[in-house]
Design a protein around this ligand. Structure first.
Ligand code: COA
Length: 422
């Protein structure tokens, strides 16, 4: 038996019955009742904007799976590039497929010299790396004639490889510029995570990437690779629906990620912990949050209402990193804050738990990344998710250019009044 829903328009008595599939029914049913009827759903709280087979997320049960595989298993056993392949192609690669994929990505890590010498060098010395990153991604597209051939499968796949390969290079370049350090070229002999850390931190010939830290970087990349229809991914889909090229759409998605309620949260967490300054100030800070004077950054999630599975994995990764780097002094404040908040009625009632950003910032800081780089670190792996969603969207025959409707609440028609008479 198929589940159905019946909707009655009480104004006319008209009724429509439509199937419910996978907990979803088509809102087109409303248009059958009345073509001028729309649902009002600010922030898409109860709207599925697409059908997707990429990432499964059950916020109440704390489940996150990429292409059906639990995030815990991927974080434990896989590598970021293998996960990238899984997301983009839909299946785990064979040994040969993985080797080819790794080779392809490794051999597209270079960027055009003009990007660095003319484009990045044009920024003000203290430009925020995320602002630079967003602009550099958009600019990168102008170097490829074929960037706009999005309906040519081979060409789109080539842009995907280029973007996945080049985002770490661009991110490191933005960082080195902001520090006044010389650019370090990509090293094809290193893994994705190692190469990124090398481009970031190499000074002199003796620098060697610590394998524990490279592994932690890889795990962080895996955890951030996709998260279904969040703000940045929705931006990616909306811009891609206008058939923009993947570089422009990725820049738009990264722009959404820059916001402090989205990818900027881990930066905000570290700033918040620094401001709290001492474990003894935690109760007063929590009281100020409850009084509405600010948010407890790194807590709460639109979808996860019990726990964020990524937060559990990241907490463990944090301890692995601290074994090598020594404890981040903010950790104690974070642990106390977590303890107080998880036992406080305000947070319990609203189902507010630590999210992925609560601990990721502490790890990034221990790895040596300045706070300004945190959102860039999120954008590198999420580029994989964004591009996967773009590809899915372009292959989805039900999709069209995004164009939501509005509920107009402004004035009725009224005459223009000349300035002298206002
Ligand atoms: N600290 C204190 N109160 C919070 C809170 C936080 N971090 N997050 C939500 N709340 C409160 C809201 O004020 C609201 O309270 P009210 O019912 O008394 O008005 C209630 O919890 C519901 O929050 P709401 O804003 O409706 O949830 P949302 O699903 O729209 O927001 C976030 C989700 C993530 C944007 C929100 O929890 C937040 O801003 N968190 C901090 C930023 C962050 O860590 N972002 C990273 C996400 S991975």
């Amino acid at each position: 038996m198929t589940d159905t829903i019946t909707i009655t328009d009480d104004r006319t008595g008209k009724t429509v019955t439509v199937p419910i599939t996978g907990g979803v029914f088509s809102s087109a049913a409303l248009r059958e009742l009345d073509p001028s009827l729309f649902m009002y759903d600010p922030a898409y709280l109860s709207t599925a904007s697409c059908a997707s087979s990429i990432t499964y997320l059950d916020g109440d049960a704390g489940i996150l799976r990429y292409r059906g595989i639990p995030i815990e298993q991927l974080a434990e056993n896989s590598t970021f590039l293998e996960v990238a392949y899984l997301l983009i192609k839909g299946e785990l690669p064979t040994t040969q497929e993985l080797e080819k994929w790794e080779l392809d990505v490794t051999h597209h890590t270079m960027i055009h010299e003009n990007m660095r010498k003319r484009f990045v060098d044009g920024f003000h010395y203290d430009a925020h790396p995320m602002g630079m990153f967003i602009s550099a991604i958009a600019a990168l597209g102008t170097f490829y004639d074929d960037a706009k051939d999005i309906f040519d499968k081979d060409s789109l796949e080539k842009q995907v490889v280029r973007l996945v390969a080049k985002v770490p290079t661009i991110a490191a370049m933005c960082y080195r510029f902001s520090q006044g350090l010389p650019f370090v070229s990509p090293n094809n002999a290193l893994s994705y995570g190692e190469n990124f850390l090398n481009m970031m931190f190499k000074i002199g010939d003796d620098y060697k990437v610590n394998p524990v830290l490279a592994h932690a970087m890889d795990v962080l990349f895996i955890l951030h690779a996709d998260h279904e229809q969040n703000c940045g991914t929705t931006a990616m889909r909306v811009v891609s629906s206008a058939n923009s090229d993947p570089y422009t759409a990725t820049a738009a998605a990264a722009a959404a990620l820059y916001g402090p309620l989205h990818g900027g949260a881990n930066e905000a967490v570290v700033r918040m912990l620094t401001e709290i300054g001492d474990i003894k100030n935690v109760p007063a800070f929590v009281e100020s949050v409850k009084a509405g004077e600010g948010k407890l950054m790194g807590f709460g999630h639109r979808v996860y209402k019990n726990f964020d599975p990524r937060a559990t994995i990241i907490k463990k990764a944090a301890y692995d990193v601290f074994e090598v780097t020594g404890k981040n002094p903010l950790l104690e404040i974070a642990l106390e804050l977590e303890k107080v908040a998880l036992n406080d009625e305000y947070f319990i009632k609203r189902k507010l738990y630590p999210n992925v950003d609560f601990y990721s910032g502490l790890i990034y800081q221990a790895l040596g990344f300045p706070v300004d780089m945190f959102t860039v670190l999120f954008a590198i792996p999420r580029t994989v998710g964004w591009l996967t969603h773009m590809q899915e969207l372009l292959n989805d025959k039900e999709q069209k250019i995004s164009r939501p409707r509005q509920w107009y609440t402004g004035h009725d028609e009224r005459p223009y009044v000349p300035v002298a008479k206002r």
